[in-house]
Design a protein around this ligand. Sequence first.
Ligand SMILES: *Cc1c(COP(=O)(O)O)cnc(C)c1O
Length: 398
Amino acid sequence: MAGTNDTGADHSDELKTDTKVVHAGRDPRRFDGFVNTPVVRGSTVLYPSYDDLLHHRGRYSYGRRGNPTTESFEAALKALEGGDGVALTPSGLSAVSIALLSVVSAGDHILVVDTAYRPTRAFCGEVLARLGVETTYYDPLVGAGIADLIRDNTRAIFLEAPGSQSFEMQDVPAITAVARARGITTLIDNTWATPLFFKPHAFGVDISIQAGTKYIGGHADLNLGTISAVGPAWKKVISTHGTMGITISPDDAALGARGLRTLSVRLERHQKSGIEMAQWLAERPEVSRVLHPALPSDPGHAIWKRDFCGASGLFSLILNPVPDQAVAAFFDALKLFGMGYSWGGYESLAIPFDCTDYRTATDWDVEGPAVRLHIGLEDVADLKADLDQAFARMRAAA
Ligand SMILES: *Cc1c(COP(=O)(O)O)cnc(C)c1O
C-alpha cells in the first residue's frame, strides 16, 4: 500500500548511510534476482477473490495508490530521512504545496523564511491567501526570536537552510524548540543539503521536503518531489496527498531511485569541488564576497558546522561593481558553465540573481552584481580556466 514503505529487506538503523543509499528499498529476490525494482506500469490491480475485493485485501489496491516501483523508492528515501513515511510528488514545488496544504486550514497563519525558494512564496501569496491562510515572512537569522512572531492562530513554520540564492543559515533547533513547545508544525525545504548532509527530523523538524529534481535525480532529466514526515504530520501528509490524487509515474520513480544509488559519491565530489572553487573565487580581484556556509569566513559557518555533515555544490558570489554590459560579457563568454535554472545535475551552471524584487522581511543591499554557481562533476582546473577567461571578457567590457 502507498506510504507504508515496507518493501525490501530489513534495513535497520545500524547500517551506515552509504550502505543504506545502496541497499535500502531493494528486494532482488522478489523480482527474480534483478538488482533494481522493475518499472511496473499499471492502474488496475486484480483481486483473487470476491472476498479479497470487498475487503481491499492485498499489498496493492490501485495504481494511483502506489505500485512496486514507487513503493521501493519511498522505502529507500524513508531509510535515509528517518521519518515515519515518504510521499512522492511530480515536482519539488508540488512537494512544497502538498506539504503546506496538509497542515493548514482557513483562518490559520504561517511563518515562512524570507529566503525561501521564490515559487514557494508565490504558492503562499496566491493559493494559500485565497484559501484564507495568512503568511508572515521572517528573517533567517531570527533564531529563538521566532517566538515573538507567533500568533494564536500560527499553525506552521516553513524553513529553508541555507537560504535560496543568498545562503544564510538558520538556527533550526532553536526554531523547532519554540515550535514544539507551542504545538506548531515545522517544515523545511532541505534540497541544498539532501538527507545525507542534514537530517531535519533529528533536529525536530516534522516535515522534510526535497526537490528530488536536484541532487537525488542528479542528471538534469527529471522533475520530482519528496515529502518525509514524522508523527501526526505524516498522517496529515499521506491523507492530503492521497485525497488530492497525487502520483508520479513508475518511470520517474525508477529514475529517482537510480539517481539515489550514486547520491553519496556524487555529493562528495560536488562538495570538494564546490569548496575548492569557492576558495579560489574568494581570492579573485573581480569578486567582493563568496556566500558559502562551508567557508570559515561565512557568517553562517558556525551553525553549518554544528548541524550539517557536508556542503553540496551550490553557492553564490557578489562581484565588485561593474556595468551591466560587463556582466553580460561574463555570462556570454562561459563555455563549460551552462546558463540555466535548476541545479544538482552532474554539470556546472551559472545564473545572475537579484533578491530585491521579492524579499519583504530583510534587505538585499549588496555592493555589486550577484551570481549563483552550481559546481558539477567536471575537473576543477577546467572550471577555473572557464571562469578565468570569462572574467577577462568581463574586464574588457567594463
Ligand atoms: C528547484 C527547487 C524547488 C522546486 O523543484 P521543481 O522540481 O523545480 O518544482 C524547490 N525548492 C528548492 C530549494 C529548489 O531549488
